[in-house]
Design a protein around this ligand. Structure first.
Ligand code: GDP
Length: 589
């Protein structure tokens, strides 16, 4: 039975560590491994807390939200329209599951079989969503890299998906991330459907998976439950048609509707700067119909929709509910999770954008995490952190060689993303682009006019000028290195076997014993072990030989020690206390 621990919507790292009875350093380390740099007093949201608890391996602990359970309800009502004019709309589906269980292959197989031929050529960027046709009906797939996307979206008070396909590999069964995905969908109140993937593999054991699913309270239909389970193979295509049929059937039962004849509203689901195109955003229409010529306001910016592009590169005449579209022409980058709406005129758009910009700024504090950080969290699934840069060079030849050299710096964790490049002096436009995409500008043998320099200092854009290529490359390399998550290095010091306990309070223990291995020093961290199992991680604050403070105690000696812990440690004679130190070391590329 899991222990329930109540946690607020936002909780400080210190408070979370205390509830979990863990040293705060351990929580910070795991956060850091997940790309979140937070100090003891910084707040993280509930979903992050939950993910971190999972990653700490605390499977017997379940975090429950302290505040009342009203969070998703209003948003879903907005999406499931009760308007009498509402018409059926395509379902929005996300695929989630354990890594390597075949999410990407499944999405690719569905897309290549069902996206209108001839469109695919236009794909250059990663796309966040696409709509397929199954027979004469649409289905929109969100290419969600993981539940972080859901957490992030909910942060913004929106819930996009109608249905989650939980993917389980036939030859591997349910894994921790599968359970996490199930928990996530359940908590968000989203319908689930299970796709057992890779059924072409000989090692498949479908019955075992059904057993595991029923243990996770997803009772298969054929066993009297209500969970639909289908076998599929991305390799042979088996089961894909049935899967899509089932998605539509569930959509029918859910009666998903939206008003079509109205100005469009929806959500920005991706945004980036693109050379030659400027700010490019992907948006999902939730209500109404988006048309060329519309003025779209999102966050603190707006765009006039010139061409309406589908996310797979085709041109659309209009975008109805549940359709993902690409919108260019935004004055600045709207942010992931921003709601968008269509207004009547450019004047109205400008006014709404400036008003929204102001209100978004004031609201940002409550999120305690910028959208950029959220996007980074979302992109984390591919473990990649990107450094946005703009490169300007004197001539095309040197520009090409700078860009080619920069490309060699990428590795699995960090990568250079060139958001703009060109030949000639650094311009106001470069500043603007750098400002909105938070990029560093690198100039190779070019000039920086005085007026542009002024803008740089006003907008705090970092501009770095070089005349030697390798120095420029070294600078970028240093930037990338600083983005690498530090390596956690633990060094064992020694072991004490507890022979006597002198004092225990809720947070402090004084005990004594014999050093049976290594050399003890303090301050240090220590694990209290009982029968080879860790029962607590603590901080050693004092060592004594007899009544006298001792800087170090050697193997074979007796000593007394004091340690502090976040929660009571019921230490017993015979426990082993393993001393160690932990450092975070910066890594090099
Ligand atoms: P993801 O991490 O969940 O997106 O998983 P991928 O789609 O990247 O798949 C992981 C591995 O499983 C890849 O090597 C795929 O080729 C393989 N795979 C995925 N689906 C199938 C399938 O239906 N049959 C077989 N035999 N292999 C598959």
């Amino acid at each position: 039975m899991a222990t329930m621990i109540e946690v607020e919507d936002m909780i400080t790292v210190g408070a979370l560590a205390e509830r979990l009875s863990l040293p705060v350093t351990q929580v910070i380390t795991v956060l850091m491994k997940n790309g979140i740099l937070a100090t003891v007093n910084e707040k993280i949201d509930f979903d992050t807390a939950q993910i971190i608890t999972g990653e700490l391996g605390l499977e017997d602990i379940e975090l429950v939200r302290k505040s009342s359970a009203v969070e998703e309800a209003p948003v879903r009502q907005k999406f499931v329209s009760t308007d009498p004019n509402a018409e059926a709309r395509p379902p929005v589906v996300a695929v989630m599951g354990h890594v390597d269980h075949g999410k990407t292959s499944l999405l690719d197989a569905i897309r290549s079989a069902n996206v209108v031929k001839g469109e695919a050529g236009g794909i250059t960027q990663h796309i966040s969503a696409y709509k397929i046709m199954h027979g004469d009906r649409g289905i929109t797939f969100l290419d969600t890299p993981g539940h972080e996307a859901f957490a992030a979206l909910r942060e913004h008070g929106a819930m996009l998906t109608d249905l989650v396909i939980i993917v389980v590999a036939a030859d591997d069964g349910i894994k921790p991330q599968t359970l996490e995905a199930i928990r996530f969908a359940r908590k968000a109140g989203v319908k689930m459907l299970v796709a057992i993937t890779k059924i072409d593999k000989p090692a498949s054991d479908i019955n075992r998976i059904k057993q595991q699913l029923s243990e996770a309270e997803l009772m298969p239909e054929e066993w009297g439950g209500d969970t639909v389970i289908l076998g599929v193979s991305a390799k042979t295509g088996e089961g894909l048609k049935e899967l899509l049929d089932m998605v539509l059937l569930i959509a029918d039962v859910e009666e998903l509707k939206a008003v079509f004849k109205a100005p469009a509203t929806g959500l920005i689901i991706e945004s980036h700067m693109e050379t030659g195109r400027g700010a490019v955003a992907e948006a999902l229409v939730e209500q109404g119909t988006l048309k060329p010529g519309d003025f779209v306001v999102a966050g603190g910016t707006y765009a006039k929709v010139r061409n309406l592009e589908s996310t797979t590169g085709g041109i659309l005449k209009e975008a109805t509910p549940s359709t993902p579209v690409v919108i260019t022409g935004f004055k600045a980058l709207p942010e992931f999770g921003d709601a968008f709406e269509v207004v009547k005129s450019e004047k109205e758009a400008r006014a709404a954008a400036s008003g929204e910009g102001a209100s978004r700024k004031s609201g940002a504090g409550t999120l305690e995490m910028s959208s950029n950080e959220l996007i980074r969290l979302i992109n984390r699934s591919n473990q990649l952190q990107e450094l946005n840069i703009i490169v300007k060079a004197d001539v095309q030849g040197s520009l090409t060689s700078v860009i080619d050299s920069l490309k060699t710096l990428d590795n699995a964790e960090v990568a250079v993303r060139i958001v703009g490049s060109g030949v000639g002096a650094i311009t106001e436009n470069d500043m603007h682009m750098a400002h909105t995409s938070k990029a560093i500008i690198y100039g190779f043998d070019v000039t920086l006019p005085a007026n542009v320099k002024q803008i740089a200092s006003r907008d705090k854009v970092s501009v770095r000028m070089y005349k030697v290529i390798y120095e420029l490359i070294d600078d970028v390399k240093a930037e990338l290195t600083s983005m690498l998550a530090p390596e956690v290095i633990e060094t064992p010091l020694g072991r004490l076997v507890v022979k006597g306990i002198f004092k225990t309070t809720k947070t402090e223990v004084i005990c004594g014993g014999e050093v049976t291995k290594g050399k003890l020093t303090y301050p240090a961290l220590a694990r209290v072990m009982r029968d080879k199992e860790e029962i607590a991680e603590v901080e050693v604050t004092m060592l004594k030989r007899g009544p006298v403070e001792a800087k170090e105690v050697q193997e074979g000696e007796m000593c007394g020690m004091t340690f502090v812990s976040k929660a009571r440690v019921d230490i017993a004679e015979g426990d082993h206390i393993e001393f160690f130190t932990r450092e975070l070391k910066t890594r090099s590329l």
